[in-house]
Design a protein around this ligand. Structure first.
Ligand code: FAD
Length: 436
């Protein structure tokens, strides 16, 4: 009897696990269960819409989905349509690949005001994620504050200032593109508690900020160090990246900020301390910092930025599902290198936290496949057959991978000239297309 495996989540970590199991020596039957009709997790809903080359990675997953032992069950949410315990009772192994979909909080007063929108929601909005289509962020504000100094923060800043023609070959939904085009946004402030050396941007993303049609990157040259201090403890690779980032930022400092209608301000050594306003955000109060032993220390000097939109982009956390042990502080499921309990495993961001690139999830999938085959030399539980029966009894609407390919082809057929696709942005729309 094959080893029956359920993988919950169809992002990179889920697909890499399926791929490794499909290639394993052992006989496995693999079911991927995904809460949305569309697969691929953050590749579809996180990676920026103007980074289509990165999004193409998901094409590799089509091959895995087409493997004879793999089946996709889209539009099925664990915790809503079926419980962890039920899955456990019918599968030899259940792998959680559910990602880390919630924002880490700033932890400052005023964070619950209208107009504070975490990066998960904001990025979901401009990527057409069904959960965030109705977000309606307040873009009627000349200044936007993006808190964070990583690639997600830079993606958000860039999408906010790009023109319609620059986005023509992206798959940003029209509602988001139109809102950004009509918006009052002129100055995006990217705020980092620490300095340019500590910033986590990759150099390719940083350099893109110098190539924008209608926006200039702005930085105060006086805050840029001559180089990475010799005593800094970091690998040669990290040192080279930081040196490259410094060189890029120095080139930004030579630009005329008034030459373009929009600007992205790289503001370092600035820690948010309070979100100002009544029910709605009216400003952000920050404290100037200095970096001591790699940590930001407040200087006692404060300043304010008038803004109607604050977007914290300082990292993500996962969520617990009933039946899974959860580390509240770390925001991940508790496991011993991916083994949660007998028959339960985790991979990707829910296992390691929100770090690394798409490919970083591959070794997780390979490790989980090894663990499963090691722990379950033989299968015993009914798996797929029982899942289909349970979901059928509940009247759940399952979306197959073939259905997804129908949606994919429909989206591509609906696209404008240069755009790769026009996304279907609600579950109802997607099911409507499938139902003809
Ligand atoms: C904004 C952003 C931009 C990024 N850009 C890049 C980039 O340009 N290049 C790059 O290499 N990396 C990028 N990354 C990182 C990359 O996206 C992650 O490394 C990767 O997606 C993590 O994979 P995952 O499978 O753990 O989680 P996810 O991709 O989040 O997948 C989790 C899946 O689980 C599903 N799910 C959740 N709960 C349930 C449930 N209860 N039942 C069923 N299904 C469920 C979700 O719907 C989702 O499809 C980016 C990340 C973010 C946040």
């Amino acid at each position: 009897m094959p080893i029956s495996v359920a993988i919950v989540g169809s992002g990179p970590s889920g697909f890499y696990t399926a791929e490794a199991l499909a290639k394993a020596e052992a006989d496995c039957l693999i079911d991927i269960i995904e809460r949305l009709p569309a697969p691929h997790g953050l590749i579809r809903y996180g990676v920026a819409p103007d980074h289509q080359t990165t999004k193409k990675v998901s094409r590799n997953f089509d091959k895995t989905a087409g493997h004879e032992s793999v089946r996709y069950f889209g539009n099925i949410e664990v915790g809503r349509d079926i419980s962890v315990e039920e899955l456990r009772s019918i599968y030899d192994a259940v792998v959680f690949a559910i990602g880390a979909p919630f924002d880490r909080k700033l932890g400052i007063p005023g964070e619950d005001k209208d107009g504070v929108i975490g990066s998960a929601a904001f990025v979901g909005w401009y990527n057409g994620h069904p959960d965030f289509v109705d977000l309606a962020p307040n873009l009627d504000t000349p200044n936007v504050c993006v808190v964070g100094n990583g690639n997600v923060a830079i993606d958000i800043a860039r999408v906010l200032v790009k023109t319609r023609s620059e986005m023509a070959s992206s798959d940003i939904p029209e509602y988001a593109l139109g809102a950004i085009e009509r918006s009052a946004v002129r100055d995006v402030h990217m705020l980092g508690r620490r300095g340019p050396i500590e910033a986590k941007f990759t150099n390719v993303e940083l350099r893109e900020m110098a190539e924008l049609e209608a926006c200039a990157p702005v930085i105060d040259a006086a805050i840029l160090p001559d180089g990475v201090p010799e005593e800094s403890e970091m690998s040669d690779r990290d040192r080279r990246l930081r040196e490259r980032n410094l060189a890029t930022l120095r080139a930004f400092a030579e630009r005329d900020p008034d030459a373009m209608p929009k600007r992205v301000h790289f503001q370092f050594f600035a820690a948010p301390v309070e979100i100002l306003g009544g029910d709605r955000v009216e400003g952000l109060r920050l404290e100037r910092t200095e970096v001591v032993d790699g940590r930001a220390v407040g200087s006692g000097a404060f300043f304010e930025i008038e803004t109607g939109l604050v977007i914290p982009a300082i990292g993500y956390r996962s969520h617990g599902l009933a039946g899974l042990p959860f580390d509240e502080a770390g925001g991940i499921v508790i496991s011993d290198d991916g083994r949660i309990d007998d028959g339960l495993y985790c991979v990707g961001w829910v296992k390691r936290g929100p770090t690394g690139v798409i490919g970083t999830n591959r070794p997780d999938g390979q490790a989980a496949a090894r663990q499963i085959v090691e722990d379950h030399p033989r299968g015993g539980k009914p798996g797929r057959e029982a899942l289909i029966e349970m979901l059928g009894d509940r009247g759940a609407r399952m979306v197959s991978y073939q259905d997804w390919q129908t949606l994919d082809a429909h989206e591509q057929a609906q696209a404008g000239d240069a755009a790769p696709r026009r996304k279907l942005v609600t579950v109802e729309e997607m099911l409507g297309v499938l139902d003809g």
